[in-house]
Ligand binder design. Structure first.
Ligand code: ATP
Ligand code: MG
Length: 429
């Protein structure tokens, strides 16, 4: 195929054989979010570039080198969203739905775009389910977010394969004091830092903690610890969160180097990580961002949220073989009809059955074909039963009801009784 007719590197088609697992995952998360009282919001995929610069921070990997930015026909600079929080904050401000301290518990799902090096678990178009809560500032809501994801891992059967890492970044004041101490320490070891970290030391020193460079990591071993600089309020908040996680029985590890890639976090930050996916180990990440809304021009409004990477979680379900059996079967019943008269009767019968059993996954054979070829298709469809309409069945106004997976003999069922019969024996998807 010529190059121009291929998908863009790092941007994937999700093929029909993969979508059942995606839908299972997305459906499980959506149901959980509904049950915890979160409401879905849908934002555009494209926003003004300025939005991301102002919210994510100029000196971050995303803004420095990962954004898909282009000029609109009228000269505006636009960007394909690299994450969801910025747009969500923009939307709640624009529509005034967090004004006067109104609590909002929101979630969203969709594609995000970052120009990174594509590899397993890391793509240029990827998908997130994210969540943001506004105007709740206690550790109770931080705990709810984490508890909900813990439940999700349990439902998906991957709880044993993920680990919760926690840290507190404190308020901007205490972070400021910590930053000073860190800069002093790192400046004394300037020559041992990698180039990126040397640059970050000047622009955004906390990000040095986030480095993947082994030499810099060695320097960091003796660096001042954020925990020693926490203000009393942040400390109490963090203790409150830990007490709640303990109460539910959710294990965690404290990771003082966890600072997250974006500038806007404060107090709680957390990541769910796994060792099942190689280098791309973070499946869900988030934290508190109490200053962001104000920084973006709103009234002081606290916020906390997270985002999970769908590709990585789907990959985990595949790797750990946690794929429920029922999702691979997409057809319950396959109707075969032989001859034109039977085809017409079959079509009408199928519609009557669908009226009565709206959840039944009933596939009607299309493209006619011999007895043998229709049966082959019925079997290949994965259906549990075939319905058969041939000359004999037409004459008697019955339909042959044939188990395809070895659950007994073929039966003849009167047309009028078909729906009632299937309601008793076909598990509907
Ligand atoms: P990483 O450290 O892996 O680059 P991040 O800190 O940049 O992650 P966030 O911005 O916090 O990631 O996004 C939340 C989640 O979205 C990540 O934990 C991950 O599961 C997923 N994610 C982020 N970037 C990508 C990507 N390029 N491809 C696939 N999933 C991604
Ligand atoms: Mg990243």
């Amino acid at each position: 195929m010529s190059k121009s007719l291929q998908a863009i590197r790092g941007m994937n088609d999700i093929l029909p054989e993969q979508t059942p697992l995606w839908r299972y995952f997305e459906g499980t998360v959506a149901r959980l979010l509904d049950n915890y009282g979160y409401k879905q919001i849908r934002m555009p995929i494209v926003e003004f570039t300025e939005l991301f610069k102002r919210s994510i921070g100029e000196v971050t990997d995303i803004v420095e080198k990962e954004m898909y930015t282009f000029e609109d026909r009228n000269g505006d600079s636009l960007t394909l969203r690299p994450e969801g929080t910025a747009a969500c904050v923009r939307a709640v401000l624009e529509h005034g739905i967090t004004g006067g301290g109104q609590v909002q518990k929101l979630w969203y799902i969709g594609p995000m775009f970052r120009h990174e090096r594509p590899q397993k678990g890391r793509y240029r178009q990827f998908h997130q389910i994210g969540l943001e809560v506004f105007n709740l500032d206690g550790p109770d809501i931080d705990a709810e977010l984490i508890t909900m994801t813990w439940r999700l891992w349990g439902e998906l059967g991957i709880r044993d394969a993920v680990k919760l890492e926690l840290n507190s970044l404190g308020t901007s004041e205490s972070r400021g004091r910590y930053r000073e101490a860190l800069v002093e320490y790192l400046s004394a070891h300037h020559d041992k830092l990698d180039e990126d970290s040397q640059r970050r030391l000047k622009t955004n020193p906390l990000r040095v903690l986030d480095t993947k460079n082994a030499d810099t990591q060695a320097v960091l071993v003796n660096a001042p610890k954020m925990a020693d600089y926490l203000d009393d309020e942040s400390r109490a908040h963090f203790e409150g969160l830990k007490a709640r996680l303990d109460a539910v029985g959710i294990p965690y590890v404290l990771n003082p180097k966890l600072v997250r890639g974006l500038d806007y976090y404060s107090k709680t930050v957390f990541e769910w990580v796994t060792d099942k996916l190689g280098a791309q180990g973070t499946v869900c990440a988030g934290g508190r961002y109490d200053g962001l809304v104000e920084q973006m021009g709103g009234k002081p409004t606290t916020g906390v949220g997270f985002a999970m990477g769908i590709e990585r979680l789907v990959l985990m379900l595949e790797t750990l073989e946690q794929i429920p059996e029922e999702i691979s079967r997409q057809v319950d019943v396959y109707l075969c009809a032989f001859g034109e008269e039977a085809e017409l009767a079959g079509l009408a019968l199928a519609e009557r059955v669908r009226d009565q059993l709206p959840n039944l996954r009933l596939q009607v054979n299309a493209g006619a074909g011999s007895f043998k070829s229709q049966f082959k298709k019925a079997d290949k469809s994965g259906a549990l039963y075939a319905l058969i309409l041939g000359d004999d069945e037409m004459a008697q106004q019955v339909v042959g009801f044939k188990p395809l997976r070895g659950q007994g003999e073929q039966q003849s069922i009167a047309w009028d009784a078909l729906a009632a019969h299937m309601a008793t024996c076909v598990v509907q998807g």
